[in-house]
Design a protein around this ligand. Structure first.
Ligand code: UVW
Length: 220
């Protein structure tokens, strides 16, 4: 029986990639590092510290900063990012997601959030979804980021469900790997070639209806 659906945030519930891009670009300009939109795509689902490491590596600047200087750079990026996400409102919930969340609630299926973003609670508040999620994993408590399954396993624990009774929804390849390795059923949102390891892929959130989820669960 399906007991829980655990969602990634960025690219699944709302799209914050553009805000991350603007904030990383601002920092990149200061450091003389060009950050392209394609590179920003590779940072999807990657936590802040690791994103900064990858950005500095673009220009072999990883060793140019001490640990505390890198922490200050990450904070600088985040402070700007936080001002940008102030603009987020419920209108920014991706198509079909509100309806899906409502249906899951009506059916008593638990709803969890497994996002690497430390800003996730703030973003959910801006979207008016704080009360909708039964649990949010705090990424600061985890040892490893995606593709490690830890975040999804932790979400299942917090919801008191087993991974075999749960679906994970992700838009990033590393996220799909994390769901699969947690032994949950994985649904990818995006390009079926990129997300080829998912149990099922929809091209947009609009296709992710409660009916579709029930069909997939019955036929898995
Ligand atoms: C990520 O690390 C993905 O996001 P944030 O900077 O919001 O914590």
């Amino acid at each position: 029986m399906l007991k829980a659906v655990i969602f990634d945030l960025d690219g699944v519930i709302t799209d914050t990639a553009a805000f991350h891009f603007i904030a990383w670009q601002k920092l990149g300009n200061k450091l003389g590092i060009n950050i392209t939109e394609a590179f920003n795509e590779e940072l999807k689902g990657v936590d802040r510290t690791e994103s900064l490491r990858r950005i500095l590596a673009l220009e072999n600047q990883e060793q140019a900063f001490s640990t505390s200087e890198k922490a200050a750079l990450a904070t600088e990026k985040n402070d700007f990012y936080v001002t940008l996400i102030e603009e987020i409102t419920p209108v920014d919930i991706l198509p079909g997601i509100s309806e899906l969340l409502d249906k899951l609630k009506q059916q008593n299926i638990k709803i969890g959030l497994a996002s690497a973003s430390k800003n996730a609670p703030t973003i959910l508040a801006h979207l008016g979804l704080s009360e909708t999620f039964d649990t949010i994993v705090d990424p600061a408590t985890l040892k490893k980021g995606k593709p490690d399954p830890e975040i999804f396993i932790q979400a299942c624990k917090q919801l008191a469900v087993s991974p075999a009774e749960s679906i994970g929804v992700e838009d990033a390849y590393s996220g799909i790997q994390a769901i699969n390795d947690a032994t949950m059923y994985s649904i990818g949102i995006g390009d079926s070639k990129t997300l080829n390891e998912a149990n099922y892929v929809v091209s947009t959130t609009r296709e992710l209806t409660y009916k579709k989820i029930c069909e997939l669960w019955q036929n898995k």
